[in-house]
Design a protein around this ligand. Sequence first.
Ligand code: ATP
Length: 760
Amino acid sequence: MYLKSLELTGFKSFAKKATLHFNSPITGIVGPNGSGKSNTAEAFRFVLGEQSIKSLRGKRGEDMIWNGGGDASTGSSRANRASAKLVFDNTRRIFAGIDFDEVTLERVVHRDNTNEYLLNGTAVRLKDITELLATAHIGATGHHIISQGEADRILSASIRERREMIEDALGLKIYQWKKLESIRKLEKTEENMERVASLRREIAPHIRFLKKQVEKIEKAEELRRELTTLYKQYFAREEWYVQTNKETYSHELTGPKKELAELDHLLIQAKEILTASKNKDKKSDEVIALEHKLATARSEKDTIMRELGRLEGEISANKRTIEKEKEKQKKDEFKTVYLKDVEEVISSIESFKSIEDAKKLFSEVVATLKSFVTRHRSITDSALIAESEHEIHALESQRHGLESKLKQISETESHISREYNELKQAIEKEKDTNRDAEKEVFRVIARQNEVRHVISDLSAKLDIVIRDEELLKRELGEAGITLGRDAVTYEKMSGHVETEPRAAQEDRRHQIEKIKIRLEDSGGLGGSEVMKEFRETEERDTFLARELEDLEKAKTELKQLIADLDVRIDVEFKTGILKINTEFKKFFALMFGGGTAELTVVREVKRKKKSDLEDLGDALSGEFDANTRMGANDANESQEQTPEGLDVNVSLPRKKVKGLMMLSGGERALTSIALLFAISQVNPPPFIILDETDAALDEANSKKYGDMIESLAAHSQLILITHNRETMSRAGVLYGVTMGSDGASKLLSIQFDEAVRVAK
Ligand code: ATP
């Protein structure tokens, strides 16, 4: 037994809390008309989540709440809430998901029409209740709760509704729910797939754009790597080149520089020599002076020689005078007056004109004559000899003086001459030295030119190397800025370095410039942001792709699940129908004492293609277009077999009429009961509530009904609302419902006899 109790508080006519305990397989509820019995059956529907207030005989939820009743003296004021609480025994875990031995379901409705659902005291959603009940095989269609006047509901229902009810009764609802859920999930999945696909479509151009950027960046990165490698090679070699050449040229320069310094020194020395020789011009002056002196001495000597000669002459003249005088003295008579002298005296006398002139002339003739006599007389004078001798003597003394002077001068001359020669020799020697110095000057200057040439050559080379070094420094700085530390961190070349033509290095530089230009053109700088974005976007795309894959997988799985559920529902439905038919026939024959009845599967053809969900939605909402039954085929429209419906075929014993339409009210009731019981027999629900289902039965049938009830009670708990004595007799527990003047229902446990009385 699964049902433990039902507690009503403020529910409809049950103003005060009333509890029904279901301790027996069959519980009977009896009472006079209008006492509130049906309200208890409705309380079951209510608590199980019935949404149709109409089917609970109300207009609004508020109508479920005790509305007060009776007159002012006896009545009680209306309630603010109606509550129905159903307690289940869950020791056998009919509610598989709930690990408690007791399960309490409670529904409360408030005046504002709001509802609360409580599962074991905890607020839950209606959906949770519905699903929970489906698992316990307590369906929402309420096939196990037959309300008053609804006994033939299953017969008056459409074939589709009937199928619904039977599916519910067969416990297929849970699969339907699962299927519906799967279809919803499928739709959601497809929506998600579309959303994800559209997201991917949206980001695809961005990814393509970013990819191009990244490719550019990667290319730039590649170029940077290439450039870095090239730079390293270039720098290493350039540094080695610069250093080596600098050292070489510097070293090579030291020799010539030293030599040049030495040459300078030599030149100074040589020039000093030459400068010194200029000073030695004094020597030439000296030579000249000596020459002058020598000339003076010689001229003096000559003068003396000439003087001596003259003296010699005078001496010899004097000597000849002496000799002549001596001769003349011997021949004085031979003295003669020259004609010319006589002519001169005559001309002087002839030329006088006056006395004064005669006086003057006379004195002049006298003078001339006197001079003539004087002259002739001295020569012939013997004193002349003495005078000449005297003169010779003077002359010889003079000659003696001159000769000693000559001797002195000759000595001086020879002295000067010697001095002159020595000086001359010295000058000659000096001239030789100067020539050497001059030669040295020329040599040194020539060598200096050579060395200077070498130095300038080397310096030019060194300058080039220094320029190369500066260039290298600049390039290092540049590379450091462009490419970072790595590019300027290279292994230094040392030891033996394989030589290569300088052009190779030029080629490298050229190559470097080319790459630099390409790098600039690529514009791939500041790429980390783009890389990051690309990575993120790509990750997102991958994520979406994976999500799409997952969704695709889920879709396939859901489709498979739906297909599996369809198969399962189909199989279980068909086998269920077979089993129900067996029972149906049995109960029918039992009720009618023969005849036959069965459920037949009707397949419908729909013209319009609908989605599974629409179909199922229709099915679950019970909307069914009867006009679409038994498909009128339209060849132009796509046809689809819709879920099957169920028809009921009956064939009464001893009667030719067939079909439900032909049955009397009682016959309909019996057929309904037979079908209901057959269904309940095949898949017994935990409980069945029958509200005056037996109302139309005659006594004989009431007996059969009673028997059937007892066999049903073996599997399901029964709650029977009845006026029927026979039915009452089958109940283990009886409740009587009465209504006092206050309009409120009262509940009391009663005995059979009392029940019979109360029922009336
Ligand atoms: P019958 O045997 O004739 O079928 P019953 O015992 O099944 O009668 P019910 O139909 O359950 O009787 O009870 C109906 C009674 O409940 C009515 O008298 C009605 O006035 C009362 N009732 C229904 N709703 C409310 C409410 N909200 N407040 C007070 N009374 C209510």
